[in-house]
Design a binder for this molecule. Sequence first.
Ligand SMILES: [Cu+2]
Length: 128
Amino acid sequence: MPKLAPLFARAPSAARRRWLVAAAASAAALLRIDAHAAPRVIKVHARRFVFAPDHIALAPHEQVVFEITAQDTTMGFSIPQFGVRADVPPGTVVKLAATAGDAGTVPFLCDIFCGSGHESMNGVIVVG
Ligand SMILES: [Cu+2]
């Protein structure tokens, strides 16, 4: 691989400008690819009567995919404010896409009755 400094020392300034423009275009293309990168994956595990994690931090308007598993019985994973929910049977990985809204605190919860602690099975997404 040629060393860059001697290359520039020998190259005419027009060629050097073309090289710099091409390098800048490549960098810009990489930034565009990064902007459209796959959504962040967030794993959430549900068991009676706990979600782990039960606090999740998202950036405003961030697109994510929750990968949800359940340990002992079919659970529901619901984020009413984001308009998404899923049944989560044990032994499967359920993928649920969601997009955060503006900054704020958003509750999520189990919406399938799973036992005597079901009513307290919830968590919080902090968008900010
Ligand atoms: Cu439940």
